[in-house]
Design a protein around this ligand. Structure first.
Ligand code: IPM
Ligand code: MG
Length: 347
């Protein structure tokens, strides 16, 4: 079990450290962890956010446990050297096109959600976000128009095969759940979205048992807070998925709880909390490590087929939350290490 551990910036090292403790506590035979710098930390050490050695370690691993990237010190750098390019580069280089972001309300957190308890308690959804295309990876630039005004531009595009493969992931995920797939787009305005919708409908012919619906992204954002219980699996493009998954996180209480898996066509995957590097609380021992611990559970499930161990970690987190183990993000007072200790005790 070769796992590359890339802690990154801000709170990344703190939360990753705790997730590693949880993984090690399982006593899995053959567990081999290799750490490497990434993001702003890597830039400061060696001049590039995704050094060749780090990329090589990631490529050679069965799975990657990733913390977070983003460092205000680096905001002035040219885009190709900014910390965020490390995670975008890994997603692209490793062909990690399918991002799974589950959001489910843990029992006992009804009061922590930004939504009323009767609305939030129904949340059990999975956002399947495409990760290798869209406006993220299109040509982009800032140019000067003939009249002298500066214009920023980013090209949004999806090829049909890119849509098809993520649609398949969405349909297959729905079959393991409640058989409902909602495809989110902006087909009333964007051609990219019209093709997206057409291709998703074509793929649906392979999955007659799945009930497919379509929703414009603005409506989806509204429905996520109005009646999130209506959603089972949502499949969407890179940009819309980025936004909706942050929104979903607050519906279940805290962005400190949302884990994610980024999967390729094979079994290799990258696992990371959906939150960022949170520079304001970095190094203070305040960050909630639960999203990273839950990402480690997804790692065991998706890259190694260790469903039992994954479920054990998830149950320990759920138990800790039910017993009141809360960090500042959930209105509690436990720090990073104490939260991990609470999980470990229950494991
Ligand atoms: C995420 C993050 C990244 C993204 C950033 C750090 C590039 O917000 O994983 O959701 O936009 O995909
Ligand atoms: Mg995001």
């Amino acid at each position: 079990m070769k796992i590359a551990v890339l802690p990154g910036d801000g709170i990344g090292p703190e939360v990753t450290h705790e997730a590693v403790r949880v993984l090690e506590a399982l006593g899995l035979p053959g567990l081999e962890l290799t750490a490497a710098p990434v993001g702003g930390a890597a830039y400061k050490a060696s001049g590039h956010p995704l050094p060749a050695e780090t990329l090589a370690i990631a490529k050679a691993a069965d799975a990657i446990l990733f913390g977070a990237v983003g460092d205000p010190d680096c905001d002035g750098l040219e885009r190709s050297l900014r910390p965020e390019q490390a995670i975008l580069g890994l997603r692209k280089e490793l062909g990690l096109f399918a991002n799974l972001r589950p959001a489910k309300l843990f029992k006992g957190l009804e009061d922590a959600s930004a939504l009323r308890p009767e609305v939030s308690s129904a949340i059990d959804l999975l956002i399947v976000r495409e990760l290798n295309g869209d406006v993220y990876f299109g040509e982009k630039g800032i140019r000067t128009l003939p009249d002298g005004r500066r214009q920023g531009w980013d090209m949004m595009a999806y090829a049909e095969d890119e849509v098809r493969r993520i649609a398949h992931v969405g349909f297959r995920a729905a079959i393991g759940r409640r058989n409902k797939l909602c495809s989110v787009d902006k087909a009333n305005v964007l051609e990219t979205s019209q093709l997206w919708r057409d291709v998703v409908i074509e793929v649906s012919a392979d999955y007659p048992e799945v009930e497919l619906s379509h929703m414009y992204v603005d409506n989806a954002a509204m429905q996520l807070v109005r009646n999130p219980g209506q959603f089972d699996v949502m499949v969407t493009g890179n940009l819309f998925g980025d936004i909706l998954s942050d929104q979903a996180s607050m519906c279940v209480g805290s962005i400190g709880l949302l884990a994610s898996a980024s999967l390729s066509e094979g079994t290799q995957g990258l696992y990371e909390p959906i939150h960022g590097s949170a520079p304001d609380i970095a190094g203070k021992g305040l960050a909630n490590p639960m999203a990273t611990v839950l990402s480690a559970a997804m790692l065991l499930r998706h890259s190694f087929g260790l469903e039992g161990e994954a479920a054990r970690i998830e149950a320990a987190v759920a138990r800790a939350l039910a017993d009141g183990a809360r960090g500042a993000d959930l209105g509690g007072s436990l720090g990073t290490v104490a939260i991990a200790d609470a999980i470990l005790e229950r494991l």
